[in-house]
Every structure is written in structure tokens, then in C-alpha cells.
Design a protein. Structure first.
Length: 59
């Protein structure tokens, strides 16, 4: 059973933007440092953050 926490909208937006930024940085690092031609030249990769239950937080 999950319990809902009360979070104000400003805090929620700040955290959401931070999580999105982390996923974007992960993807940028992957594309920049990849040795694969498909990834490096085709930009064919993505990065995501997940909860422990497997739900997507950011992509």
C-alpha cells in the first residue's frame, strides 16, 4: 500500500525539472562517450530514470 505525501506545486516542479535534467545529462554523456557508430553518429540511444517498482520517472 502506497501512502501519498502532500507536496506543494513549486517543490514538485523543481524536483521534476531536476529529474528531467538528470536524464538529459545521462543521454548527453552516453552519446558523447559512446564507441558505437550507431549511437554516436545516428544518435540512436536514450536514457531513463525509474522507480524501484519500474515506473518511468524521466526519459
Amino acid at each position: 500500500v502506497k501512502s501519498a505525501l502532500a507536496v506543494d506545486p513549486i517543490t514538485l516542479e523543481v524536483v521534476r525539472n531536476k529529474v528531467d535534467g538528470i536524464a538529459n545529462e545521462m543521454q548527453s554523456t552516453l552519446l558523447r562517450s559512446s564507441f558505437s557508430t550507431v549511437v554516436k553518429e545516428g544518435l540512436d540511444a536514450s536514457a531513463s530514470l525509474f522507480t524501484i517498482e519500474g515506473e518511468t520517472l524521466a526519459q
